[in-house]
Design a protein around this ligand. Structure first.
Ligand SMILES: [Zn+2]
Length: 321
């Protein structure tokens, strides 16, 4: 029987888990609430139980486990250093070792967006690509960089924080302490905040109809629909986000000359309305490197990037050890 690997995506509200083979064929998958308020020990116990349930259903224990975590982790030791969005921040929690003891197999940890990058590299658009960058456009903007087939981690696993490159010198204050980071200009909240403003200003009648006047229901996808339906001010807001994103992409392109740029996350759900504008702006801005063959695509593995990346992490680390 072919070995199976468990991939876990630890989020602030949800834990997703998949059991798959080394080619990314999923045989079992499930999600559960993180219940992060209960603290690291209880959360790790829930994760271990979820993996055990899937293994029982598949009739095969996992050969190894990979897990993406939303923050900083010591990749070699599996010790979580800092999860900014979880209660207690999980400072210096030996999560890898504890899970390994509960499950009786090796456990490998990595930052969640670097893990998603690995998912796209192994099982998505990156399958035959040497050098690529992944932008996760969600509540924040995360990223990952692959150079010559290798995920670039750096000594702290922190390489690839593409959302925290400066785009506007005196722009909005970012959670990281800098001003004008890409994240402050092109994340989901940055875009929908502009949608809320336009709605309240009476400048987005179609958007107003779509969300029935409820500003709390505005999403990037609905803004795209409103823009396509005649809300010019909303289209202008999307065009501006595309321009900021294109600057971020262009910076990466001249730094690493990738074959592929992949967008994931809620903002990317706007599809070609966003992507075509980014493609055009990148072509316009990058002149030192030929961009005719550069592909800028929506993630192929989509919302499974996290769990599939964790499966790839487990499979690759097992093969290497
Ligand atoms: Zn920042």
């Amino acid at each position: 029987m072919e070995p199976l690997y468990a991939g876990v995506d630890l989020g602030g509200t949800t834990v997703a888990c998949a059991l798959a083979d080394a080619r990314g064929q999923i045989v079992q998958e499930a999600k559960t609430d993180t219940q992060s308020h209960a603290g690291p020990d209880a959360v790790l116990e829930r994760i271990a139980n979820l993996v055990k349930e899937l293994a029982q259903a598949a009739g095969v224990p996992p050969t190894a486990v990979g897990m993406g975590v939303p923050g900083l982790v010591d990749v070699d030791s599996g010790v979580v250093r800092f999860l900014p969005n979880l209660p207690t921040n999980w400072r210096d929690v030996p999560a890898g070792q504890r899970l390994s003891e509960k499950l009786g197999c090796p456990v490998w940890l990595l930052n969640d967006v670097r893990t998603a990058t690995l998912g796209e590299l192994a099982f998505g658009h990156g399958a035959n690509v040497g050098t690529m960058a992944f932008f996760a456009l969600g509540t924040g903007i995360g990223g990952g960089i692959v150079v010559d087939g290798e995920l670039r981690l750096g000594p702290l696993g922190a390489a690839g924080e593409l959302g925290h490159q400066t785009i506007l010198p005196d722009g909005p204050l970012c959670g990281c302490g800098n001003r004008g980071c890409l994240e402050t200009l092109a994340s989901g909240p940055a875009l929908t905040a502009e949608g809320v403003r336009l709605l309240h200003s009476g400048l987005a009648p179609r958007l107003h109809e779509l969300v029935e006047g409820d500003a709390g229901r505005i999403t990037p996808k609905q803004m795209a629909a409103a823009a396509g339906d005649g809300d010019d001010a909303v289209l202008e807001a999307i065009r501006r986000v595309a321009e900021y994103l294109a600057i971020g992409v262009a910076n990466v392109v001249v730094a690493i000359h990738p074959e592929l740029i992949v967008f994931g996350g809620g903002v990317a759900q706007m599809g070609d309305l966003l992507l075509d504008r980014v493609r055009q702006a990148v072509q316009r801005r990058v002149n030192m490197i030929p961009t005719d063959d550069l592909r800028i695509e929506l993630s192929l593995v989509g919302n499974r990037a996290g769990v599939l990346g964790a499966v790839a992490l487990a499979a690759r680390r097992s093969a290497a050890s």
